[in-house]
Design a protein around this ligand. Sequence first.
Ligand SMILES: *[C@@H]1O[C@H](CO)[C@@H](O)[C@H](O)[C@H]1NC(C)=O
Ligand SMILES: *[C@@H]1O[C@H](CO)[C@@H](O)[C@H](O)[C@H]1NC(C)=O
Ligand SMILES: *[C@@H]1O[C@H](CO)[C@@H](O)[C@H](O)[C@H]1NC(C)=O
Ligand SMILES: *[C@@H]1O[C@H](CO)[C@@H](O)[C@H](O)[C@H]1NC(C)=O
Ligand SMILES: *[C@@H]1O[C@H](CO)[C@@H](O)[C@H](O)[C@H]1NC(C)=O
Ligand SMILES: *[C@@H]1O[C@H](CO)[C@@H](O)[C@H](O)[C@H]1NC(C)=O
Ligand SMILES: *[C@@H]1O[C@H](CO)[C@@H](O)[C@H](O)[C@H]1NC(C)=O
Ligand SMILES: *[C@@H]1O[C@H](CO)[C@@H](O)[C@H](O)[C@H]1NC(C)=O
Length: 827
Amino acid sequence: MKSASHQLFFILFTLFTISAAAIDILDRTQNITDGQTLVSPSGIFELGFFGSGLPTKRFLGIWYKVTPNVIVWVANRDRPLNDSSGVLAINDKGVLVLLDRSTNVIFSSNSSNAINPTVQLLDSGNLVLKAQSTTNDPSNNTFIWQSFDYPSNTMLPGMKVGKNLKTGFERSLSSWKSSDDPTRGDYTYSMDTQGSPELYMRNLGRPVYRTGPWNGLRFSGIPEMTTYENMFDFNFTASSEEITYGYGDKQGSSMSRVVLNETGDMQRLVWDQSTQSWNQFWSAPKDQCDFYAKCGPFAACNANDAMVCSCLKGFNPKSQAEWNMRLTAEGCQRRTQLNCSNGDGFYVLKGVKLPDTHNATADQSINLDRCGNKCAGDCSCTAYASADIREGGTGCVTWSGELTDLRYTDGGQDLYIKVAKSELDTSNTHKTHVVVIAAVTTISILLLLSVGFLFWRKRRAMRLVGRTFFLRDPELPAFDLETVMLATGNFSKANKIGEGGFGDVYKGKLQDGHEIAVKRLSENKYSSQGLKQFMNEVILIAKLQHRNLIRLLGYCSRGKERMLIYEYMSNKSLDFFIFDERRRTFLNWKMRLDIILGIARGVLYLHQESRVNIIHRDLKAANILLDGEMVPKISDFGTARLLRGDEPEINTQTVVGTRGYMSPEYAMDGKVSVKSDVYSFGVLLLEIISGERNEGHLLAYVSIRIIKQNAINLSNYTNSDIIFQAWNLWLEGNSHKLLDGAIGGPCPASEILRCIQVGLLCVQECPDDRPEMDSIVLMLASENIILSEPKKPVVCTSVGPLRNGVLNGMNESHSVNHLTITSLEGR
Ligand SMILES: *[C@@H]1O[C@H](CO)[C@@H](O)[C@H](O)[C@H]1NC(C)=O
Ligand SMILES: *[C@@H]1O[C@H](CO)[C@@H](O)[C@H](O)[C@H]1NC(C)=O
Ligand SMILES: *[C@@H]1O[C@H](CO)[C@@H](O)[C@H](O)[C@H]1NC(C)=O
Ligand SMILES: *[C@@H]1O[C@H](CO)[C@@H](O)[C@H](O)[C@H]1NC(C)=O
Ligand SMILES: *[C@@H]1O[C@H](CO)[C@@H](O)[C@H](O)[C@H]1NC(C)=O
Ligand SMILES: *[C@@H]1O[C@H](CO)[C@@H](O)[C@H](O)[C@H]1NC(C)=O
Ligand SMILES: *[C@@H]1O[C@H](CO)[C@@H](O)[C@H](O)[C@H]1NC(C)=O
Ligand SMILES: *[C@@H]1O[C@H](CO)[C@@H](O)[C@H](O)[C@H]1NC(C)=O
């Protein structure tokens, strides 16, 4: 018995040591077949075969042993094996090869002709081929071949991207095709060694994002690097030998990585031992200003500004009309030509990511003063800056030609821009301008930080509220499923009265005779996460009470069923009346004005007077319900967003809302604020007065133009654009002609004009110009308040015939494309 167990132990022990030997280092007599792996000495990385699917695709790759789904390197990404016959071995010429069933070479290292070559997977994640050390010198780490020279989509500590200027050998990252397909995708991340070197992310060769040039401490466009420089060593080398960038981990851990992911984002991730998960430290592009040349040449991007793009001082938009419509890719041009020989000067733009340096010249040997002289003496020079921000700024970068992809950023640099002297005459105001910009940036950053904090708190609060809701909310009664089914006749087709974004709406009658409207949330129309958020927001709305808001009576929740029960509105919705040939005649001027005022009061309550402040985001005629007395009730809070008084606006990636009612800054830039609701209210007001739908909205036109690249006859759109009509009639002094011809009875001209003027004030382009809801209510209700003159709305700025250049330019602007497409996807 004793000897048997001893024997077993021995067998196990040999098995263990044999397999351990087999998975540590590979020599000429060994190989790795599908199913076997090679593990780095401390067990951090593992090499083996992965992949699946039909048809089968197998790849040889390296992954973290703790998270095998995180693959950091792939050998044969463009030549997958079609079965599990792959073998990794060192052939008789000393070359590391991956062979398929018929011993075709799928992948190979360089030839070596070395004596007794071995292959090892190091703890850094580097797979190396080395010759047997003749000197036994452990510091000799010259490898015949290493995987670090051929990165996939991941950069690890010790790895480098960049170029060897002597041999021309280049290392760069390229994305996967999709999360389960390591085939080379569309994105690359590589060093541009022209001018002052910097890294570019490209999509099919077109720049999407750039880091900005190295400024001695970090990349000009990634000031965040300072916040984690105690964790990493950043190593940027620009010598006559090489231009490379790499990083090391200060703690010596290899558990951090920089990934170019398949959706075109750079991510820096670090393994958190305590939570056993990857934490993201940084990602880029981080906002719309990070997208390459978002604002075109000679313009600066400010992500915190309502007008994201602005021309540099001394420059005007190439096309004002397109600029107003957020078509900014063409950029700006000089207002006054440079004199060159004499009479030009510079002003400083503070806190920026330096513009594209591809055509710039860097000279480390001269200081900023001499840099200025150099630029002043060179007619083609348009700007200059310090090359290195250490020691108060040293070295010199000069730009010639256009300044592209310039943005404001926290911790940004000083850029000196050349303009004609006449543009500098206002040098005093200029100084304050710069100070204001710097101050605004700082304040915005503080604001952003506090907004983030509030969001975090709010999310927590909402989660808590959400839980109370379905367990025990004393203020909101629960309805039995049986009761609701009985009331709606088993959700019969006959009782269906509408279809919302979140599900169908049914009319019902409770046994006590009360009429209700039941919104049955359908799971397949909304993800469970979205459903949760929606419910949470509904909770808060349940606590709102106002004459002009729809009242939530209760809820029903059983199994997968989620229902909201509202008071029933016998007169359906506003669009049912104002856009109907016959029914519109029923609404006289007095009723329309009352409806407008009621809506205004409801929105005012949402924005300013309720317990929680809310942006509705989807105000439109279909969402205004009418009760038996034609009192308007705002409904459909599915897209509403909570807002705190000190939170001026929210940036959102998903633009939801309805075309025609969406404000330009929301549709184009994803910026939501109470002023986007004011814009929608203005459109609604003009619709109620005119009885016409605002269908041909130019924003929609712009989107279509970008996507389809087709020229569209503009007049088709302007004719049905109610803002366009209202503005032109206003200019002609014929505003009364906007009034719906179907209106009978007395129509006091002064009231109508006042109303239209308020409407035009609400649809002004710049959100700051639009009045707040409280003043709107006052302006509508009182004859004694003097209204300001509305400015020309953006949709009325005429756009010239399409030029090919514009279209191509637009197409190349990833961000614009991205944003407008999302806006079209909005409901
Ligand atoms: C791989 O190794 C096994 C066992 O050592 C051997 O039988 C097989 O022939 C080898 N395959 C190749 C392709 O070298
Ligand atoms: C798999 O690939 C080999 C060549 O690598 C080819 O000969 C064979 O036909 C392929 N098999 C299938 C099922 O596609
Ligand atoms: C090694 O491979 C690289 C790229 O595949 C190639 O450019 C280089 O010439 C090779 N070197 C040798 C010695 O074969
Ligand atoms: C390091 O190893 C390489 C390859 O084995 C060899 O050519 C070279 O001479 C060695 N260098 C030193 C300093 O030992
Ligand atoms: C930085 O890179 C250079 C050039 O590749 C190399 O010689 C140097 O050792 C690296 N320094 C660090 C700290 O990694
Ligand atoms: C790519 O990175 C971005 C930024 O962190 C992230 O939002 C996105 O989900 C990532 N995509 C994939 C497919 O991992
Ligand atoms: C440049 O300025 C000088 C001095 O003000 C003036 O004499 C000259 O005509 C200007 N040249 C051009 C091309 O404007
Ligand atoms: C660099 O100069 C070339 C040639 O003038 C021009 O085509 C290109 O657009 C410039 N690139 C940048 C980023 O300014």
